[in-house]
Design a protein. Structure first.
Length: 69
């Protein structure tokens, strides 16, 4: 098992190891693998969608309006 941490560099638009990373303020991560760093956007979108669904469920936004009586 590797202990290398991977980051997605927003400047270079590519994965970089912690040793290669030249601008910590312009990168995302750490990620456990190079592939995970490459897939940062899909991971972020899936996580955001799950959070939105949970927020709707928790707040009751997905319930139909009740008739006024």
């Amino acid at each position: 098992m590797s202990t290398t941490q991977w980051y997605w560099c927003l400047t270079h638009q590519q994965p970089e190891t912690g040793e290669q990373r030249d601008d910590p303020d312009n990168s995302l991560g750490p990620y456990p693998t190079e592939e995970a760093a490459r897939n940062w956007k899909a991971t972020s979108e899936a996580r955001n969608e799950a959070w939105d669904t949970e927020d709707e469920r928790w707040s009751g936004d997905n319930e139909p309006p009740q008739p006024r009586g």
